[in-house]
Each structure stands twice: as C-alpha cells, then as structure tokens.
Write a protein that binds this ligand. Sequence first.
Ligand SMILES: [Zn+2]
Length: 214
Amino acid sequence: MNIILLGYPGSGKGTQAKVLSQKLGMFHVSTGDIFREELAKKSPLGAEVASYMTAGRLVPDKLVLEVLKARLSVETRGLLFDGFPRTVEQAEGLDNWFESRGQAIDAVIFINVPEAEVARRLGARRTCSGCGKIYNVVTSPPAKEGVCDVCAKPLLTREDDKAEVIARRIQVYKDQTEPLLSYYRSSGIFHEADGSLAPEAVAAKIAAMFAGKA
Ligand SMILES: [Zn+2]
C-alpha cells in the first residue's frame, strides 16, 4: 500500500501524515527528514544535497529522487508520501521507480482546504522570538496572549506569515501543484479529503478509506 498526500501549506498535511502513518503502520516519507538523515550520515548523496541547501538552492528533481530511492528501497512497510512529489517530473520519476519494482501508488489524497481558510490559518501563526516554538492563535494559542509558554519571550509574526507573503506562497503552490493534480486526477487513484474539518475528523475519514488495506 503506497499513498501520496497533497495539500496547501497550512492544510495540516504534515500532521495527517504523522497520524495516518501510525494508524496504518506505514513509513512516513518526508523528504526533509530523509535529507537530514543523509546529511547526518555524511554520505556522498548527503554531501551533494548539502551543497544545494547551504547555497539556498532548490535540490534538483533528479537528486531528490536518487536520495529517496536509496532510502525507500530498504523500506518494507507501505509508503506514505508527505510533500513529495512537488512537480510532474518528480511524479513521473516516482511512477517509473514503482513500476520498476512491480509496485504502484494506490492512492493520491488531496487535502482540500479553501484558499481563504489557508490564508486564515497561516496568518494565525506566531513564532517565539526566544526558542522558536510555533503557535497558532486560533488552534494552539499560548496560555498568555503574545508570550511563549516555554521561555516567556514575546511571540512574533514571521515575515513568511504576513498577509502579502501568504498570498504569494498560496499562488506559488497553486501554480506548481495544479499540473500535478491534473496528472493524478486522470490516473483513477485520486481522492479528495475535506481539510476544513478538525484534524482528527480528517484523519478518521482518510483512515476509513483504507481500513484493512494497509
Ligand atoms: Zn519560547
């Protein structure tokens, strides 16, 4: 059983991936985590990834795929992808890899959250100026307004979380993801989940789709 989760920034995709991978006994595939593992191992692939990351450049599709394949080929559990693929090229690369192993992706789930709700969620994010802990003034506010629970330093709105920047991030995501959604929509394995519900409800609905299949 192999599943891909897609969703806007702020859709709760990362949270869903964590919950679902536990519920369904799958391996949560996060490129960020796998990159960090490679860097820590100081492997040749890790060094190559690091050369892009330290230069602030996007890791090229080919290299991302190479790192993923190296890690995933030793994984025996079902795979739950979170934040990958990002482009049609990556999606094709992933399809080819599965095909070469006699496997396939069983489902692609788009966690659909209306744009206005995405903007509201991202705009509610506050970051501690001391320890970096992230809060959400709507869903996970600090005990005392504007102050970190952990270190008592003031909470700030990061540049990334300001309204104009959020609008731009949403647009970038849309431009990048629309082709990917059409790619998978035509594949017959595409599903949508209503991401405007509470996280537990979203997880329950998705898990119900796969009850007994993972
Ligand atoms: Zn703090």
